[in-house]
Write a new protein. Structure first.
Length: 267
């Protein structure tokens, strides 16, 4: 089985950065099939454009733009790339990084698909920092990555205690975030009192219901922006925003830049 070392990925790597041991790569996937292999470092794969199928010993993921996967070191997997352009962003984390910053790795072993919109937004911010690449980018990337691992560890700890409605509402919101939602309707669907839902939503999602839905919409827009095929108005409506101005305001609040500024960073 092939073992890939620092910065090695199958495809055409267009950029490689080293942020104090963190290896960041921007890669175009060119191989229609990559046989079973593993990487010597733990790493994140973030699909920026296109599609890829990834399988490991437990699951198979159909990854479209906006998919975020975590792989622990030496975790075997394979890839299948459908026709079309596919671009991935990767962050490799050596074992020394975990040890030097006292980051626990016991609760995050294996490979898994990360659906939390807040963590995806953090990964988009890391990608933005890699394109800005100024003297502050390294520190910003380290801080964002620590936030991601802290959240992953706490989520793992809470997972055994979560009531069933938490998973149900997360799945429901991922399916219906572009539609008009209201607290009473969600409460009826989940068979939970609105007061109970309002009180405990923040406990499990670290934000209120409205902010969570907005983050889902922004994540959707970030998967569309790189193609340059649609106007901001078209993207706003497709993602469930009332209009372009609402989309721009919400995007800037979450990403720190306007959608057009972010699109230019991608170029």
């Amino acid at each position: 089985m092939n073992t890939l070392r620092n910065g090695q990925f199958f495809g055409q790597t267009n950029e490689t950065l080293d942020f104090d041991g963190l290896i960041i790569t921007d890669t175009e996937y060119t191989h229609p099939y990559v046989d079973w292999h593993y990487h010597e470092n733990a790493y994140f794969t973030f699909i920026l454009q296109g599609n890829v199928i990834e399988g490991n010993k437990k699951e198979i993921y159909e990854c479209s733009a906006g998919t975020l996967l975590y792989h622990h070191w030496e975790d075997p997997h394979y890839n299948i790339k459908p026709d079309g352009f596919t671009r991935g962003f990767h962050i490799e984390i050596p074992r020394e990084w975990f040890e030097s910053l006292n980051v626990s790795k016991d609760n995050i072993e294996g490979s898994f698909n990360i659906k939390n919109p807040e963590l995806k937004l953090s990964m988009y911010k890391i990608f933005k920092e890699s394109k800005i690449n100024d003297i502050e980018s390294e520190a910003s990337t380290q801080e964002l990555l620590l936030t991601i691992f802290n959240e992953l560890s706490s989520k793992k700890t809470l997972s055994e205690k979560k009531p069933i409605w938490v998973k149900q509402i997360d799945e429901l919101l991922h399916e219906t975030y572009t539609e008009k939602l209201n607290l009473k309707g969600l409460s009826n669907t989940l068979n939970i009192h609105p007061i109970h839902l309002s009180r405990d939503f923040n406990k499990y999602f670290q934000c209120n219901l409205g902010d969570y839905v907005r983050k889902l919409k922004i994540n959707k827009s970030l998967s569309i922006l790189p193609t340059n095929e649609k106007s901001l108005t078209e993207i706003a409506l497709e993602c469930g925003f009332a209009d372009q101005s609402h989309f721009i305001r919400c995007f800037k609040e979450n990403m720190g830049v306007t959608p057009l500024k972010y699109r230019k960073i991608l170029e």
